[in-house]
Design a protein around this ligand. Structure first.
Ligand SMILES: [Zn+2]
Length: 312
């Protein structure tokens, strides 16, 4: 068959099913997770069965209460940040931006903190878990771009330059076995206070305004589409449940199992990087090494998880 790539056969059936589903909707609430960004080289936390791939991320409690844990966080972030800073949107991001340009996206809610939807051109975005490219002072609220913090870290920690480690989610890196007590975290240039990435850590709540904005968008939408999220985190799962309870059609495009599979009216276990562009008649992307899984440990009401909570 001319044009058929035998290494990565296009997911024709899934793309057609999604195209049909989208054709029947007016304006959709889109929720995206880590599976949307793995095709851009940003790792995810969970494998296709929803199990943890690596050690769990730092908690709010450890970051604010344990100087050694905080130093370890920043040492890893110092190595991991360049991976996030260099990441570029992939065909899944571009397809969702194109869907918005066609007037079909009520709101795009993302659990990712990489800002790649905005870089692809999406405008109606709620960053549910914040943005890794900004930091905020926990004492005075002063905000410092993460790129400037990287320069601060370079100056404060000349002996830590040039370390190499595997990339981990959210600008983290797999850096172990070092004396983190010698690593100097960044301080607020305005008050010398603690700088923290402007992301929602485990053990921290999603700001209420973001939840309210998403709920309002869901009330205006006539369907919900989940892309690349296992919905293992309550902060995202609750919107799928709310869509189901409101009687809205729920489509899930995620390579592995998700917590909301039983609620979905359409479940497509496939790679978003391939399926989304094909469903919209756009050039397809190469298959990503993604499991399509999102990550965060969850813990909503009535939900007990071994991992620290990221409720909200
Ligand atoms: Zn400050």
């Amino acid at each position: 068959m001319p044009g058929l790539n035998l290494d990565a056969p296009p997911p024709v059936r899934e793309a057609a099913a999604l195209a049909d589903w989208l054709d029947a909707r007016r304006r959709v609430l889109v929720l995206t997770g880590a599976g949307c960004s793995t095709g851009s080289g940003i790792p995810d936390y969970r494998d296709a069965s929803g199990a943890w791939k690596r050690s769990q991320p730092i908690t709010w409690q450890a970051f604010t209460g344990d100087p050694l844990a905080r130093a370890r966080y920043w040492a890893r972030s110092h190595v991991g940040w360049p991976v996030v800073a260099a990441a570029r949107p992939n065909p899944a991001h571009h397809a969702l931006a194109a869907l918005e340009a066609r007037g079909r996206v009520e709101c795009l809610v993302t659990q990712n903190v990489d800002g790649l939807h905005q870089r692809a051109g999406s405008d109606r975005v709620v960053d549910l878990h914040g943005r890794i490219d900004m930091t905020v002072c926990l004492d005075c609220g002063h905000r410092v771009p993460r790129a400037e913090v990287q320069a601060m870290l370079d100056r404060l920690n000349p002996g830590w330059m040039g370390l190499d480690a595997g990339a981990a989610p959210d600008g983290d890196a797999d850096l172990e076995g070092l004396d983190f007590s010698t690593f100097q975290p960044p301080c607020c240039p305005a008050c010398d206070g603690l700088l923290k990435p402007d992301v929602v850590f485990f053990g921290e709540n999603v700001p209420r305004a973001r939840v309210a904005e998403t709920q309002a968008a869901l009330a205006r939408a006539d369907a919900m589409l989940v892309v690349g999220s296992s919905l293992m985190v309550y902060s995202g799962f609750r919107f799928a449940r709310a869509a189901h309870e409101a009687g809205l059609p729920l489509a899930i495009l995620t390579a592995g199992v998700t917590r909301a599979d039983a609620l979905a009216t359409l479940k497509l276990a496939a790679d978003a990087v391939q399926v989304l562009p094909a469903a919209l008649g756009l050039p397809a992307g190469p298959a990503s090494a993604s499991t399509g899984q999102d990550d965060r440990a969850d813990a909503g009401p009535k939900d007990v998880s071994a991992a620290p909570a990221r409720a909200g």
